[in-house]
Design a protein around this ligand. Structure first.
Ligand code: NDP
Length: 329
């Protein structure tokens, strides 16, 4: 039996090349659940794994795709049987394990979650790791006391995957959402998702000059990191929290400790990859409840396996808007 997969290979000079190929099922990795993949998606990390690897991919040829949703074909795991609809995000699938850019995937049953009630496999991939992580960030802020009456919540990298879903969820929950973006062409899109204020990237891009600025934000979901995150820490209201997700603007944090020790600001780290099962179920239940499907659909672009190499390059340049859903068939 063969299936279609996007294989990335590396040549001796270190360059990578991706192409859609028909390959045998005997090449699948050694998991205990085989899934007929219906949809996958595109995240920032997929851009790395489709191209230079970013140190994430250890062996080639490789099938990227850190997320997938589909139907169980075969299973020796007690929790899953053929016909079950399942979702996978994270666990380093698509990085050190073959991922979702193929019609078949073989993984460990403990990495899967059942498709949440009320979502299709396509919806689940419109959410993907980006949206799942946005929901984890919302939950972390709520666990640290955020409520809509506390004031506006800032979302950085707002027109990207994480940011778009974060804006839609927060607005649906009744928060006043301020969206940081570097692309003026996305302003209407962000307002349609529920942002009530647009903050041009340049307004928060400068490195910290004063460790404390006017107390402005009751919460922040940050996909950018770097100098922007450092700057925002000094704009947080007393006792409020920033959920840090990403590094689209840099991994260094040239920050002062003053916001932490004089304003009691919290910096909450959000990891989606190794997140335990129970948290995953709780987050997916919240997604099914608190992410309006019309908003989700408005941020989706459909793509095929063949489109992925160029889309991967685009996402690394910060040029993808919203979420990409990949129909692998
Ligand atoms: P996207 O590329 O879709 O979104 C990132 C957005 O950040 C861009 O759309 C752009 O938004 C903004 N941006 C890009 N470059 C810069 C820059 N140099 N300075 C400031 N802003 C910039 O990626 P994702 O949403 O998929 O991921 C965002 C980040 O979150 C990535 O770093 C990713 O690795 C990380 N991540 C982490 C996870 C975790 O478990 N912690 C899970 C998922 C993602 P705009 O044009 O609106 O300014």
């Amino acid at each position: 039996m063969t299936f279609k997969a996007l294989l990335v290979d590396k040549t001796e000079d270190g360059t990578t090349h991706a192409s859609v190929e028909e390959i045998g099922e005997d090449r699948l990795p050694d998991g205990n659940v085989t899934v007929s993949v219906e949809y996958s998606t595109l995240n920032y990390k997929d851009g790395l794994c489709l191209g230079p690897g970013g140190g994430l991919v250890k062996t080639y040829p490789h099938v990227p795709g850190i997320d997938f949703a589909g139907t169980v074909d075969e299973s020796s795991d007690d929790w899953y049987k053929p016909g079950d609809k399942v979702v996978l995000t994270g666990w380093r699938v698509g990085e050190v394990w073959w991922g979702g850019y193929a019609q078949k995937a073989c993984v460990k049953g403990e990495w899967l979650v059942p498709l949440p009630d009320g979502l299709t496999t396509r919806d689940a991939m419109a959410v993907g790791t980006a949206g799942f992580t946005a929901m984890l960030a919302v939950m972390a802020l709520e666990d640290h006391g955020l409520t809509p009456d506390k004031g506006p919540v800032l979302v950085t990298g707002a027109a990207g995957g994480v940011g778009s879903v974060a804006v839609a969820i927060l607005a649906h929950l009744g928060y006043e959402v301020a969206a940081v973006t570097g692309r003026e062409s996305t302003w209407d899109y962000l307002k349609a998702l529920g942002a009530s204020r647009i903050v041009p990237r340049d307004d928060v891009a400068e490195t910290v000059k004063r460790p404390l600025e006017t107390e402005t934000w009751a919460g922040c979901i940050d996909a950018v990191g770097g100098p922007m995150l450092a700057r925002i820490l000094g704009q947080m209201k007393y006792g409020c929290s920033v959920a840090t997700i990403g590094l689209a603007g840099g991994a260094n944090l040239p920050a002062s400790v003053i916001p932490f020790i004089l304003r009691g600001v919290n910096l909450l780290g959000i990891d989606s990859v190794m997140r335990p099962y129970d948290d995953r179920i709780r987050a997916w239940e919240r997604i099914a409840r608190d992410l309006p499907m019309d908003k989700l659909n408005a941020m989706v672009h459909l793509a095929t396996l063949a489109d992925l190499p160029s889309l991967g390059a685009d996402i690394l340049k910060g040029q993808v808007k919203g979420r990409v859903v990949v129909d692998v068939n």
